[in-house]
Each structure stands twice: as structure tokens, then as C-alpha cells.
Write a protein of this length. Sequence first.
Length: 299
Amino acid sequence: MNRLEVDFLNFNLKNPVAAASGTFGFGKEYAKYYDINQLGAVSLKGLTLNKKEGNDGVRIWETAGGMLNSIGLENPGVEAFVETYDEIKSRIQTVKIINLGGDSLDEYIEGARLLNEIDIDILELNISCPNVKSGGMLFGVCEKSAYEVTRAVKDITRFPLMVKLSPNVTDIAAMAASCQEAGADALSLINTVQGMAIDIQNRRPVFDNIYAGLSGAAIKPIALRMVHQAAKAVDIPIMGIGGIYSAKDVIEFLMAGARCVQIGTAGFIRPTKLTEILAELDEYCIENNLSLKEIINIL
Ligand SMILES: Cc1cc2nc3c(=O)[nH]c(=O)nc-3n(C[C@H](O)[C@H](O)[C@H](O)COP(=O)(O)O)c2cc1C
């Protein structure tokens, strides 16, 4: 019996732990450290219709309890991704989540249309990237535009649609409800929290874009609160994200209403962290004589 397995959309995940988009590339680098197919799922680096070189200047900045990033969605573009997908598929046999961002409604629609040509498992719509001018974030902070982009992509995609929410909003429950109403099959949250750092020597912002996205342990309580609020507002399943560093953190997210989680920054601290968390989760289940399914939404 697998005590870690959870159901998410039509998938029976072998465990609730997935790698978070943008922190795992396309799996190649981590495959050197552990068998990435041990993970319940992986969310691959965010794609946009057209190739992006990413932002100039500083891209990563360590903070107390986390990090700021301003990558700017560097990626090869959907078409190039589609062309190399066979190779990615042969490397990654676990559930594959493809993360799609965009600067306009048309870009999202065209990106989703091209992805229909390959066999992905879940389409994750990034309407929440804070590091590109517009970059999807505009869609993710306004209920009406979140509804519009969700609806438009839902109409065209042949895959289950998971919408990734931004924490940079005043009412996460309303955003969640709006995406559900527009046809989202699942939600993932949260993306990074907008932050800033200043280079006091040079008296200027560290990042060329001034603001950047905060991730890691520092954002966990915010993410947990938002997952709890979203879970109360919708019936569709939720993938919890934000500052998860341990099995205890995963369990908190499941208890708050997530069915599974993505982990990003913790894997930067130690590449094998995600598999260590899996082992800890197993121990927790054995010690408490339960399976993880039993604790989902238990609050
Ligand atoms: C370096 C970096 C790149 C990221 N790139 C993406 C991305 O391409 N698409 C996306 O939806 N989220 C992206 N994110 C956000 C993460 O997927 C995740 O939502 C966030 O980091 C919070 O989780 P964590 O605290 O476990 O890292 C990125 C985060 C980091 C740190």
C-alpha cells in the first residue's frame, strides 16, 4: 500500500510532492542528483509563445529566510519546446505540468494551441509572474482579466487546466472563485510575493526592474493562509506552493486544503531536498498509521 499517493485531477499521484515551475528547468540538472521520477509530478520552466532572453542585471538575491528572483521568464519559446518534447518525455515519466505565461491574451491562446500538438498532462497557466513587464501578472491581479484568460485558454486546450494565482492581490478567495467560474480545473498557489532590495553602497535598487519575486521559507505563512482561503472558496483541487522546506510544511498545506504541493526554493538549498521530504513523509505516515489522503482539508 502506498500511503503517500493522492488523487489530483484525473491523476493518481504517487506522492503529493512536485517540483515548482522555474526552479527545476526541464529536469536535466536535478536528474544528476536523484531519480526525478520519484516525484509525484514536475512543473517545468515557464514557457511563453516567443523565446525570452530574460532580464539583465542581478537575477537572484538571497534574503533572510528566502530569496528574491528576477529571471524574467527566460525560456526557449513554445515552438522550440514542442520540438524537443520527445527528449523531455523520455527523461521524465512522472506527471508533467507545462507552465505557460504570456504578455497578451493572443499569446496565451496561441501558446496553448501549439501545446495541443504534444502529450502533456496538465497545463498550468501562469497569470502571476512579477518579473516581466506585464508578464502575466496583469492578468493575475484583476478578477476580470483572470476570468478572461482562463476562459479563453480553457476553450482551446485539450488538457486539464490549472491556473497559478498571484499572492499580490487583496482578495485571493475572489480570484480563486473567478478562475473556477471561468472553467479552471484546478488552482496552484502561490507565485512569488513582490519584494525589493537596495544596494546601499551604490544607492540604487539591486534589480534592474526594481521589484522582484520573493520565495522560500519567508513566504510560507502567507502561502498557507492563501491556500486555506482559496480552498474554502472553490470546489476544484488545489496545489499548494510557497516556502515548503520539510514534510511538516507539506502536511500543513494538505491540512489547509491543498491536495498536493510544489516545492521550489528548498531544492536550491539542497538539490536532494525533495526526496528527503518524501522519506520524511513516509515516516510520518508510518508513525501515525495513516495515509496522506486522510489529512487533506482536515481543518
Ligand atoms: C528562480 C525562480 C524562477 C521561477 N520561475 C517561474 C516560472 O517560470 N513560472 C512560474 O509560474 N513560477 C515561477 N517561479 C515561482 C515558483 O514556481 C514558486 O511559485 C515560488 O518560488 C514559491 O515557491 P517556493 O517558495 O517553494 O520557491 C519561479 C521561482 C523562482 C525562485
